[in-house]
Design a protein around this ligand. Structure first.
Ligand code: URA
Length: 257
């Protein structure tokens, strides 16, 4: 089974379990919200002989397929933002204050892909505005980049996970079509993929300590995995490697001008 299909099926199942449908009572799904356009006329049987009619429509909504459809229909970044804002299949949206779509300059050569909004980002509706974001700005400034001029920033998840918990695979699967379209529409020269969850979502790999600093390709673009700034706040010794990666990014931008 294709991975999008697999994660879609898994997400649909998890969603149903969350809604309380944790028992299988029929061979086919019953969508009780599906109102038929016309009510079929049934000949009235004598009251005693009536048996309840069970309707078994075959249509179930696959959140990943819906995401693929609406994301691919977006023809520009505003359209994509609107499509995300209207997408109702991700539970994270219900607990979030704001959609966190992007910050920086659309069309910049560098696109940074983070993991998910935290508290500050949720409040402001912008990625990387908390402590990790301030460190990110300093890191970028060290190689003469800045979000107001030369960088575009987004996250794998556009809504804050409760208590900043890790993204679930089904949430990532649902948001992946939006992220892929986001990259297509922003069309950067280079992707900087920060943190393990972003690497998992974009490169299909984890293990940031091994991946970081090694240029690879994602969505047809050169991609540089790097430590997440939040990790650097907790592990200042790793700033040494982060600095090496920033220099590598600077050199790449210079050499591919
Ligand atoms: N961490 C992220 O990965 N993204 C943000 O926007 C903020 C913190």
């Amino acid at each position: 089974m294709e991975s999008a299909e697999y994660h879609g099926a898994l997400a649909a199942l998890a969603w149903q379990i969350e809604l309380g449908a944790d028992e299988c009572i029929a061979d086919a799904p019953v969508n009780r919200y599906d109102v038929p356009a016309t009510v079929p006329k049934v000949a009235k049987a004598p009251a005693a002989a009536q048996t309840p009619a069970v309707q078994i429509p075959q249509n179930t909504v696959d959140p990943v397929v819906v995401a693929q459809q609406v994301a691919s229909a977006a023809t520009d970044l505003d359209g994509l933002r609107a499509a995300l804002a209207a997408y109702d299949h991700c539970e994270l949206k219900r607990g979030a204050r704001n959609l966190v779509f992007s910050d920086g300059v659309a069309g910049a050569r560098v696109m940074i892909v983070g993991e998910a909004p935290g508290r500050d980002e949720d409040i402001q509706g912008k990625p990387f505005v908390g402590r990790a974001g301030q460190l990110l700005d300093k890191m970028l400034a060290a190689i003469n980049l800045c979000r107001d001029e030369s960088v575009y920033i987004t996250n794998v998840l556009p809504w804050r996970p409760p208590q900043n918990r890790d993204p679930k695979p089904e949430e990532v699967a649902m948001m992946q079509p939006f992220l892929h379209r986001h990259i297509e529409l922003a069309n950067p020269d280079v992707l900087v993929v920060v943190g393990n969850h972003s690497c998992q979502a974009l490169l299909g790999k984890r293990g940031i300590t091994r991946l970081r600093g090694n240029w690879t390709e994602a969505r047809g673009k050169p991609a540089l995995p790097m430590f997440h700034p939040a990790y650097l706040l907790r592990n200042p010794a790793a700033k040494r490697e982060a600095w090496a990666d920033l220099l590598s990014l600077q050199a790449h931008l210079r050499d591919t001008k």
